[in-house]
Design a protein around this ligand. Sequence first.
Ligand code: ADE
Length: 420
Amino acid sequence: MPVPHDVANLALSNQGVRRIEWAAREMPVLRLIRERFGREKPLNGIRMACCLHVTSETANLALALRDGGADVRICASNPLSTQDDVAAALVHEYGISVFAICGEDNDTYYRHIHQALEHGPQLTMDDGADVVATLHKDRRDLLPGVVGGTEETTTGVIRLKAMAKDGALGYPIVAINESDTKHLFDNRYGTGQSTIDGIIRATNVLLAGKNIVVAGYGWCGRGVASRARGLGAQVIVTEIDPVKALEAVMDGFRVMPMAEAATVGDFFITLTGDVNVVDRSHLEVMKDGAIMANSGHFDAEINLKALTAMSEGRRRVREHVEEFRIADGRKLYLLGEGRLVNLAAAEGHPAAVMDMSFANQALGAEWIANNHHTLKNEVYELPDEVDDQIARLKLHAMGVKIDYLTDEQRRYLTSWQEGT
Ligand code: ADE
């Protein structure tokens, strides 16, 4: 009997298995955690609802949780990011419940979240806080049974902190994004490479010599800007934060308001976590042929309503490229429906960075399962020791050795009596 599921096609399972195994090669830290989880069963019998991008990397996380004893249900955290072959393999080969179909409409997306909640989770795992939001809005009856949760991404952490501030959060959450071994690597190198990967796969346009406007200079924006420069693009950064703007200038990028950048950009990539960063006024002055992509969590960063209203016609010109014919004759292009371009048009972050993000997720689930009795309904960070442990395991897997403090150096660093 297959486990409860709703996936596109179970016949894709073999291909999914090969893909999951390929990702596993680059996930040595998660592999060690999975082996320990298999021996120690730290999540024994715990029901988990996981709302994550259903990718080959996520499959490896799910296997670690399963081997740790958890009863895992997974739904998608984005309608376009599911790898249908991976979803099929999880159900058919590994016996894990998945509710996710690539290209699902909004109703199906939320139905799948509800299905993932149907076994009454004790732990939630989110990427964008949609499970937490659905539990708090529509399934409050399940809240008393939930002891804790984890959250993967910046946008989700912002939502959850807002809930905690309002006293609306029903259980404690670990903000995985706040770990150094998450955001310094996944957000920067993962988003950097996979966003460019998505744009190239979608368009096959040469980036060298193009004006690429990067909106937002957080860790994700920094990653994309540096990779785009590496490919020979002229990178322009837009920011609202003066410190980040200054950092972008000193990193050698041109910085200007979006109103100005809009007139010169060939590509626009949004990574701010906010709405209408590319707004109607910007769309009005863009060059004919400008290409827009979003790599922030929600499809709210480019004003799609305005774009649609300004257009006389639209058509799909390549698999992930939509052409909008503006009334004044210009053509503007949107990639991946304005959703996360790295997951819509490519395969998301490479496994080597998800190794660290999901090591944090697995250890975060274990930490909250062990510590929830002592926690308030707030947003917590994982202890620094966990970050250090993940970094050391990753270095070990990469064959990189580092120095250790001598006793003399340790004494020096902890003494207030040393001076000139
Ligand atoms: N978020 C970004 N890239 C991802 C990936 N490859 N798998 C799961 N979640 C992701």
